[in-house]
Design a protein around this ligand. Structure first.
Ligand code: NIG
Ligand code: FE
Length: 411
């Protein structure tokens, strides 16, 4: 058998597999068998097609009692490493203040920056780990984690190091993103150009040199950074061979999604104000539309992202939590899937594709994650549900009964 071994490490039987192997549909296999060797899936198919008697084939054979097996979920947009919280802003917003007003008054992102700068690496790790653990309870085995609450090179480094540590501690896959232009650092007020210079010329190369950066991101918005500033960052990232992504068109249409597409971004994220022309450019560039319905919900937004245009133009839609202390204090990717259906009118099938294969693609991991197929990483979630749509339909309720990440059984 594969890898020179005589037996597979695992063989899962008496299961229904949601393989997502095809362009459309769930790719369901009734009476499926899944074989794992090391950190890889070596077989995902019909039990009847196994070449040998199942109980001779693997070290461990497990019967799943007819449960549904899906790929481990992928949360491809989070800011889960931070200190403190912003519950007081929740109060302010409920009393009528807008997100932009709070930001302009020195709250918002900058209040989390103050708390994050004051925390040591170990403190940040201890505060952030439970949030990552919470995502695992929904079957998440791959998480993207952004920096962006440091705004100086030491604090950004601390956030990125904590992100890597979380991956090691939990046995899951973590992709780090240097959110380089999130807010203007307070010590650079009135010196915007110098801040962008420092980011592009010093901090990005340094953090990249330390192996801490898998991708680069910015917040392109009236209350954050201009398209011209974002362009400079993307050029600097490109010169280092790093992929980019963008917080684009969340509160207004500044042309962010089109700019992301121009640079072949992995994803453009939020997209409530993205116009049809930009959607066409995303389609051409293969940029994934990263939908973040929990931020839309928390900010009580009313302008919907152009979901129908994404469908028409064939832009892959991903769904993520956007877990952050300001606009999306959500610790459940499945709640975000439910919101994507209820608020954005995605189908349950689009929602699960959006947290598996499309999310994997948005992290540059399309060949490894988000599907159950031979050669893919052995990231699997086992659910006691009958219909696949139940994964988006229930709000709360039990998570997966078993979870595998990179071939290791987490529970
Ligand atoms: O994705 N939009 C910018 N960044 C975050 C919010 C960060 C914050 O408010 O702390 C977002 O929504
Ligand atoms: Fe975000």
């Amino acid at each position: 058998m594969k890898n020179g071994k005589t037996r597979w490490d695992w063989l899962l039987l008496d299961a229904r597999a949601m393989t997502l192997a095809d362009e459309r549909g769930y790719g369901l296999i009734e009476d499926a068998a899944i074989g794992i060797v090391g950190n890889r899936i070596v077989y995902a198919g019909r039990r009847a097609d196994l070449p040998l008697a199942p109980d001779t084939m693997a070290e461990r054979v497990e019967l799943l009692g007819g449960a549904l097996v899906t790929p481990g979920l992928v949360d491809a947009h989070t800011h889960l490493v931070f200190a403190g919280h912003r519950a007081h802003e929740f109060d302010m917003r409920l009393n009528g203040a807008t997100y932009a007003e709070i930001a302009q008054a020195g709250g918002g992102i900058l209040s989390t920056v103050r708390a994050t700068r004051a925390a040591s690496e170990d403190e940040l790790f201890a505060m952030s780990l439970p949030r990552a653990r919470a995502l695992l309870r929904d079957g998440v085995t791959t998480v993207e984690i952004k920096s962006g609450y440091g705004l100086d090179v030491e604090s950004e480094r601390r956030q990125l190091r904590v992100a890597r540590r979380i991956g090691q501690a939990l046995g899951i896959t973590v992709r780090t993103t240097y959110l380089a232009l999130h807010a203007l650092a307070p010590e650079f007020v009135d010196r915007r150009k110098e801040f962008v210079d420092a980011v592009c010329q010093e901090w990005l190369p340094r953090l990249h040199g330390e192996g801490l950066v898998d991708a680069v991101d910015a917040f392109c918005e009236g209350i954050a950074f201009t398209p011209a500033e974002t362009r400079r960052l993307f050029e600097a990232a490109g010169a280092l061979g790093l992929p980019v992504k963008l917080h684009a068109d969340q509160l207004s249409d500044l042309g962010g999604a089109a700019l992301a597409a121009e640079f072949g971004a992995l994803s453009a994220d939020h997209l409530e104000y993205t116009n049809d022309e930009a959607v066409a450019r995303m389609a051409k560039a293969g940029t994934v539309a990263m939908l973040l319905p929990a931020a839309y919900y928390c900010l009580r937004e009313t302008t919907l992202p152009p979901v129908e245009a994404f469908r028409r133009q064939g832009v892959a839609m991903a769904v993520a939590s956007d877990l952050n202390p300001g606009t999306s204090p959500i610790l459940s990717l499945r709640l975000a899937m439910n919101q994507a259906c209820t608020l954005f009118r995605l189908t349950p099938e689009e929602a699960i594709r959006g947290t598996t294969l499309h999310a994997a693609r948005a992290l540059g991991l399309a060949a490894r994650k988000g599907r159950l197929a031979a050669g893919y990483d052995a990231d699997l979630a086992v659910w006691e549900v009958g219909a696949p749509a139940e994964l988006s339909y229930w709000i709360g309720g039990p998570g997966p009964t078993a979870l595998f990440a990179n071939g290791l059984r987490l529970h």
